[in-house]
Design a protein around this ligand. Structure first.
Ligand SMILES: [Zn+2]
Length: 214
């Protein structure tokens, strides 16, 4: 029997390079699926829930100090309305509603894919609470998929802020998901955030682990 020395050498080289891979490409990152929700300003909270109202705590989210509240509201556009849209706390300087592309069609709102916080000239809607309603001039977005990343993880993976990465999803509807914007902060925990439409398209659940490919 002849031994294919070249093949063995190639294999050894591959094993060594995988073990020494400084880019850490084999690291698993958690995917979190965001359901439709909103962030609310203090001013709008008062109108919807009353002067003295404070948001209640329902459960912690993965990012430090962010939580799901016990409060939900109703959102309406020109074509329809969606009830029980959950408010995420704490209050923010500006009200922002994050819905899926599918929701924009049910509501009759032009879809605008934006990073959170980028709401200038975005579409508006009407929001109702138990105490009143607000007609918003702007603030409705479809959140652009993104990865929250600590500086340590960014260093290990060779990522810079605002980089766009791709992930390989192994599921019954497997595929590559690209254009995930990297956000780096020491106030973050590592997590990739996608919405329910994106999760359903790839048949993945909240908490699925994935690999970054470049
Ligand atoms: Zn996020």
């Amino acid at each position: 029997m002849t031994i294919d020395k070249k093949r063995i050498n190639d294999l050894i080289e591959k094993v060594n390079s995988d073990m020494n891979d400084p880019s850490g490409q084999e690291e698993m990152i958690k995917i979190e699926v965001s359901a439709r929700h909103l962030h609310i300003s203090q001013e709008h909270l008062k109108i919807l829930f009353g002067e003295e109202f404070e948001l209640t705590h329902f459960k912690d989210l993965s990012q430090p100090d962010q939580f799901a509240t016990g409060e939900t509201i109703r959102v309406a556009g020109s074509r329809g309305a969606i009830s029980k849209v959950r408010i995420l706390g704490p209050v923010r300087p500006e009200t922002q509603i994050e819905i899926s592309m599918t929701d924009t069609y049910s509501l009759g709102i032009k879809p605008e894919i934006r990073m959170s916080g980028d709401i200038e000239a975005s579409p508006g809607c009407v929001i109702w609470g138990p105490n009143g309603q607000v007609i918003l001039e702007k603030g409705v977005i479809v959140a652009k998929r993104h990865m929250h990343c600590t500086p340590e993880t960014a260093e290990r993976l060779g990522l810079k802020d605002a980089d766009e990465i791709s992930i390989k999803i192994d599921s019954k509807r497997s595929g590559v998901m690209s254009g995930i914007v990297v956000r780096i902060s020491d106030k973050y925990n590592d997590a990739i955030h996608i919405d329910t439409d994106e999760a359903n398209a790839y048949d993945i659940k909240n908490g699925t682990l994935t690999r970054i490919i470049k």
